[in-house]
Design a protein around this ligand. Structure first.
Ligand code: ACO
Length: 348
């Protein structure tokens, strides 16, 4: 039976957006660059995905490094480095163990704060916002740094053109503070869901206890080296992404009491411009209200929504008072949405 987790924030205390910061590594990899090393073309990548370039971290740079850079900027944007919880959404942690968030917190000078990672793949940032808002609503935290950071370039199979052209590296972070549900910037509720029966659609098969345990069995075959890499069944993922993001967005709109046509900006997970437009169509929202920055950064998974927000703010598109709807779909499979009226903050 389907029972997604949908709720509105309790009246009164709410998580309010107080700061936003992002970082992408400097190295730009264009579609033309990729076409020199694999059987692809700028034309195919642009027309099938909307992507023209992405940023990839240089060897030696890890997800935690990008997270620290974005986190610093978000704290600066919030005007205070006082937080009591760090939530880091990532699919590409620095190590399988421990979580990356505690080290990121320490490197940010946030001594002794609670810190943990969230693994919800491309939905990670939206899950992270819900987790942080829950901690604030419960009185566990007053101020939370939520970071989405990824270095997908470290898990892409260079022999797999279907995934290598899609993903980019980057990080985005926000500060949420305890405030009032009626303030601009208050998260107006959350819609989250998952369907683990579809886990094989987006998977890194190796490296976890499933493979290690199987490898220890008598007569077990050697693991396939390709199992260390990310793999995705693009077509069904496309279909589920549209269906789930549209349904989750609608559930969130219902919670917020917003008609679709009243939304100023739809900030969806930046997977594919065709997916974003299909979701807008299903919601009955004009396509030009869709924020798109994947053309320049690719699919940055858990970092994609804060990077898109920052891009739209910097371009003067999202402005204070605008109604902003966020929605994501990712591996697991997972999905989630939230919404807010954009507050008057300085984004970095
Ligand atoms: N360059 C050239 N040709 C390619 C490439 C490439 N990079 N990749 C695939 N092709 C070929 C295929 O081999 C196929 O050729 P064939 O017809 O001869 O077999 C043809 O192009 C069409 O391939 P499809 O996979 O059917 O292409 P599609 O239009 O479905 O686009 C894509 C593929 C871009 C991956 C699309 O399916 C998609 O965007 N899927 C969703 C991805 C997504 O939303 N991810 C979000 C979640 S990700 C996460 O959580 C980490």
């Amino acid at each position: 039976m389907e029972a997604p987790l949908t709720h509105a924030s309790p009246p009164g205390r709410a998580a309010v957006l107080a700061g936003l910061g992002t970082y992408v590594p400097p190295r730009v990899v264009t579609n033309e660059d990729l076409s020199l090393t694999m059987d692809t073309s700028d034309e195919w990548i642009r027309t099938r995905t909307g992507i023209t370039q992405r940023h990839w971290a240089d060897p030696g740079t890890a997800t935690g490094d990008l997270a620290v850079a974005a986190g610093e900027r978000a704290l600066k944007s919030a005007g205070s480095d006082a937080v009591d919880l760090v939530v880091l959404a990532t699919t590409t942690p620095d190590h399988p163990c421990p979580a990356t968030a505690p080290e990121v917190a320490s490197r940010l000078g946030l001594q002794n704060v609670a810190a943990y990672d969230i693994a919800a793949v491309c939905s990670g940032f939206v899950y992270g916002l819900a987790s942080a808002a829950g901690a604030i609503a419960a009185g566990i935290a007053e101020r939370v740094l939520v970071i989405g950071a990824e270095t997908y370039s470290t898990i892409l199979n260079p022999d797999d053109r279907t995934t290598s052209v899609i993903f980019g590296d980057g990080a985005g972070a926000v500060v949420l503070r305890a405030g009032d549900a009626t303030e601009p910037g208050a998260l107006l509720g959350h819609d989250l869901g998952s369907d683990g029966s579809l886990k094989d659609l987006i998977i890194v098969p190796g490296g976890g206890s499933r493979q290690r345990s199987a490898a220890a069995a008598p007569g077990a075959p050697e693991p396939d080296p390709a199992d260390a890499y990310f793999s995705m069944q693009g077509k069904p993922v496309f279909r589920h992404a549209v269906t789930r993001m549209a349904a989750s967005s609608q559930a969130m709109l219902d919670r917020a009491g917003w008609p679709a046509e009243s939304v100023d900006w739809f900030v969806g997970h930046q997977a594919n411009v065709r997916i974003l437009h299909a979701v807008a169509d299903q919601l009955g929202m004009p396509r030009d209200r869709t924020v798109v920055n994947l053309d320049r950064v690719g699919n940055t998974s858990a970092a994609s929504i804060p990077l898109a927000l920052s891009d739209a703010v910097a371009a003067g598109r999202i402005t204070p008072g605008d109604r902003v709807l966020m929605s994501a779909f990712g591996g697991g499979v997972t999905w989630g949405s939230t919404a807010l009226v954009w507050p008057d903050i300085d984004a970095n």
